[in-house]
Design a protein around this ligand. Structure first.
Ligand SMILES: Nc1nc2c(ncn2[C@@H]2O[C@H](COP(=O)(O)OP(=O)(O)OP(=O)(O)O)[C@@H](O)[C@H]2O)c(=O)[nH]1
Ligand SMILES: [Mg+2]
Ligand SMILES: [Zn+2]
Length: 288
């Protein structure tokens, strides 16, 4: 953590067994010894991104301006996970954009394009880049870089999509620290195990921050109702009033506006399959 007016960061300790603090939190803290501080109180949060399973929820970041979801064709992109993150962000009222990384891998990236097009048509901002190979000049001229300026952005995504690589390119001293950490851990791996906020080097607009986070294989939405999930899907939201039943789950009920739209090709069928899996999981959570 950082204390206002200090340049060096401190290791923060919490009183009691408080585990719900997360990156981006603003706290009351007292310096305690060299390089340490004790957190006394948590300031109210402007927003909070979280994921949850049936038994517990995990806070991911607080007080952020937006989420950049980093995806790529390799390792395989899970649209189901991406939709889950879209739903969690929408319900937390946090704007979200997609960074489709590894554009240098033209062959594999090609298969992503039809899916990216679906989300662009739904109004999502989708940018393509190569965190590893784009030149710094190209990065600084890009629309996605402009979208990061002046904001605090949380990078989220499956493991191996390139979140840390991107931060290493954007933050001059991040790479160094990454190396030090992995040396200290004797792990030899560069996979991220905890979230960390960095000042983004953007001379034009001060105050930009970017947050690295550990990749995930699962993203539970136990904290959302089915209705909240349905309302987070924009092309569904506008049709929800059209179903015959007020509590339609869009799983084959008669006169379902969403099914009709899927049959007519107006709503993407892949999104319907993801919805079916979400309903099934949500009902499993409720049965517990
Ligand atoms: N070809 C290519 N490889 C990339 C690109 N960006 C990242 N990679 C590679 O992808 C692998 C994973 O990158 P990381 O930055 O560690 O991925 P991450 O999203 O931080 O992964 P976690 O920390 O596990 O969540 C590394 O081998 C990177 O070199 C890119 O633009 N093109
Ligand atoms: Mg990482
Ligand atoms: Zn319906």
């Amino acid at each position: 953590m950082a204390i206002e007016g200090e340049t060096r960061e401190r290791i923060a300790l919490t009183r009691g067994r408080r585990h719900d603090l997360c990156v981006g939190d603003e706290v009351e803290a007292q310096p305690s010894g060299i390089g340490q501080a004790v957190i006394e109180a948590l300031h109210p949060r402007r927003n909070l991104m979280l994921r949850s399973d049936a038994t517990r929820s995990k806070t991911l970041a607080a007080n952020i301006d937006q989420i950049a979801y980093v995806l790529a064709a390799e390792p395989p992109f899970s649209e189901q996970l991406a939709v889950r993150v879209l739903c969690a962000a929408a319900s937390a009222r946090i704007p979200l954009l997609w960074l489709a990384n590894k554009a240098d891998r033209a062959e594999s990236t090609r298969v992503l394009h039809p899916r990216l097009a679906v989300y662009r048509r739904l109004g999502l901002k989708v940018f393509e880049l190569s965190a590893r190979y784009d030149s710094p000049e190209a990065m600084h001229r890009s629309d996605w870089f402009a979208a990061l300026q002046g904001r605090t952005t949380l990078l989220l995504g499956q493991s191996g999509m390139g979140k840390s690589t991107l931060i290493n390119r954007l933050v001059a001293d991040a790479a160094l620290r990454t190396q030090q950490w992995s040396l200290a851990l004797q792990s030899g791996k560069h996979t991220t195990t905890f979230s960390r906020s960095f000042a983004l080097d953007s001379p034009a607009v001060p105050g930009s921050r970017i947050i690295d986070s550990p990749g995930f294989q699962q993203f539970g939405l136990a904290h959302l109702t089915l209705s909240e999930i349905a309302h987070a899907l924009p092309e569904w939201k506008e049709r929800l009033g059209g179903c015959r039943f007020h509590n339609c789950r869009h799983l084959g009920e008669p006169d379902c506006a969403i099914r009709t739209a899927v049959d007519r090709g107006e709503v993407d069928a892949q999104r319907m399959r993801i919805w079916e899996e979400l309903v099934e999981e949500q009902e499993r959570v409720l049965r517990r």
